[in-house]
Design a protein around this ligand. Structure first.
Ligand code: PNW
Length: 539
């Protein structure tokens, strides 16, 4: 997916054309014998379990498992895996689920793959739990679909929809896996968008709070770790600013104030839901998953360095400063085009203490330079800065990945972690998403595609950057979630970008095939012998 659909500084919308050209139709056939694939899956899991039975060997650089070398030092944080309901569940018309704004988006883009079945996690979660168990993964981040729990958006609770998450949580706990629940990962009930404009209307605050309360009441005695919103910057800016994401509204120059309305309503909904959370789940921990791209100054000039800092404030601090500091960053206040952004004392008080940990989703970086009159993220105002992947000499900021918005920058990850830690006085941090889609992997075949050395190297480098942030920059990172457990429906990129540690064979009834990266990570973290290699020769 394109991230945010950020406007180029000159206001020309080249990014839309560029991405449209990239998107090519693919047909994913869902044929295949369920029985055969079911048996195969059992064989896969059995094979994996054999490998997992041995004691966790100490990491060493020479490895009998045939995996690439394991770094000598084991990471000091726990390893988790992350997912999101609209990307993995499928079963979009089952058990009373209503349509989400992303179902609408997908229906309007038939050239894109469909989320209707995707990984069929709704029916296969038990198998996926077995895979996690086999590899020793003990933290699973998933999102609850509002459309299943309250199909009418703000009406009555749908017991069948809620029941799915209750069974999922029970199955995770029975397998010794800690559930980490995201309440909102972009899949607004379409009915709320139609009824009052979704996040543009303050009614969303009450409706989200009601939805959150229903889920806290149902799962709060069993689930400790929660997040209210996944990446509000992405869904406010892309959904209501550039129009790149559902619900496809555009407000590129801030004329309607859409992005700021969304922003304000998300902060208020978060504060309001957390107030209920404290009452209903007194021993729980909660936060919000924030995403950012590191802003590297394109030159050493004072102007470029200030522009890069400002960029980061507009992208990230604009969300977390209100929580930790009670107000927007000064740069944002000064450049607010429309006066929409007052943080009232009441809101500041409600937000204070509403992050038990700082949950950061991190992938990439860009160069930032000063540009008089330059616009920031769509709809968020003049920030006198612009960004680019290329240095002044033309060199890219990092190696390519499968995603056009994503260059590999482990060095920037370390800087980003330190930036957050220093700004907010060393909060407990969880990296709640990090991962990569391997270039060209969408067209690769089994079994070769499972030998994802590229992804192994990626995690080695990013995790070592996080380890350096801990040991040298005094950052307190306690958890690290890989995006993602499974290949999945990657929003505007459909199935063309595969971020999974487990390959999903869409042409063969969604059969699961753990990739080498899963075995490698499991071994590095000491969670299993890592020998759980899955042979696909028998397919
Ligand atoms: C995340 N960035 O979005 C989403 O939470 C996932 O649903 C998605 O599948 C995953 O990334 C991979 O695209 C982001 O550049 C994408 O900073 C990019 C950025 C942040 C978040």
């Amino acid at each position: 997916m394109e991230w945010l659909g950020r406007l180029p500084a000159n206001g020309v919308k080249q990014y839309l054309a560029a991405d449209a050209a990239e998107r090519k139709p693919t047909a994913s056939t869902m044929a295949g014998s369920k029985l055969t694939m079911g048996l195969l899956l059992l064989a896969v899991v059995a094979a994996a379990q054999v490998g997992a039975q041995g004691p966790a060997a100490a990491p060493s650089s020479s490895d009998a498992s045939g995996l690439p070398p394991i770094p000598a030092e084991r990471p000091p944080f726990f390893l988790g895996v992350a997912t999101a309901a609209p990307q993995i569940e499928g079963a979009v018309a089952e058990d009373g689920r209503s349509r989400s704004i992303w179902d609408t988006w997908a229906a309007a883009h038939p050239e894109n793959d469909s989320p209707n079945v995707t990984d069929d996690f709704y029916h296969r979660y038990a198998e996926d739990i077995r895979i996690m168990q086999t590899y020793g993964i003990k933290h699973f981040r998933f999102s609850v679909a509002w459309t299943r729990v309250i199909p009418d958006g703000n009406g009555s609770t749908n017991a069948a929809g809620l029941g799915f998450y209750s069974r999922l949580v029970d199955a995770l706990l029975a397998a010794g896996i800690e559930p980490v629940v995201t309440l909102y990962h972009w899949d607004l009930p379409q009915v709320l968008q139609d009824r009052y404009g979704g996040f543009l209307n303050e009614q969303i605050v009450a409706d989200f709070t009601h939805y959150a309360t229903v889920v806290f009441e149902a799962l709060g005695s069993r689930v400790t770790y929660w997040s209210t919103f996944n990446e509000p910057a992405t869904f406010c800016v892309s959904g209501y600013g550039s129009g790149w994401h559902a619900p496809s509204l555009r407000d590129q120059q801030g004329e309607q104030g859409y992005v700021w309305e969304c922003h304000n309503n998300v902060l208020r909904a978060h504060a309001s839901a957390v107030r209920e959370f404290r009452r209903l789940v007194p021993n729980g921990k909660i936060g919000m998953n924030l995403a950012v791209q590191w802003s590297e100054p394109r030159s050493d000039s004072e102007a470029d360095r200030a522009a890069a800092e400002r960029h980061m404030e507009f992208e990230l601090a604009v969300w977390s400063d209100p929580v930790y500091r009670g107000d927007w960053p000064a740069s944002v206040k000064e450049r607010n085009p429309r006066g929409l952004m007052t943080i009232t004392p009441e809101l500041a008080a409600a937000l204070r203490g509403s992050f038990d940990m700082y949950m950061l989703n991190f992938y990439t970086a860009k160069y930032v330079y000063y540009l008089s009159g330059g616009w920031g993220m769509a709809g968020q105002g003049v920030i006198d800065a612009a960004d680019t992947f290329n240095a002044t000499n033309g060199a890219s900021i990092g190696p390519e990945t499968a995603s056009s918005w994503f260059k590999e920058v482990p060095w920037a990850f370390r800087k980003q972690l330190k930036w957050v830690s220093d700004r907010y006085n060393r909060p407990v941090m969880w990296v709640t998403e990090n991962g990569v889609a391997v270039p060209d992997s969408a067209n690769e075949l089994l079994p070769g595609v499972l030998n994802d050395t590229y992804r192994i190297n990626f995690y080695r480098d990013y995790m070592q950057a996080a380890m350096a942030a801990i040991s040298q920059d005094n950052v307190d990172i306690q958890g690290y979630f890989c995006w993602s457990l499974l290949d999945n429906w990657e929003w505007t990129s459909g199935f063309k970008e595969r971020f999974g540690l487990v390959y999903v064979d869409y042409a063969n009834n969604q059969a699961r095939h753990p990739k080498q990266s899963l075995a490698w990570l499991s071994r590095w973290f000491g969670l299993s012998s890592g020998a759980a290699q899955v042979s696909t020769q028998s397919i």
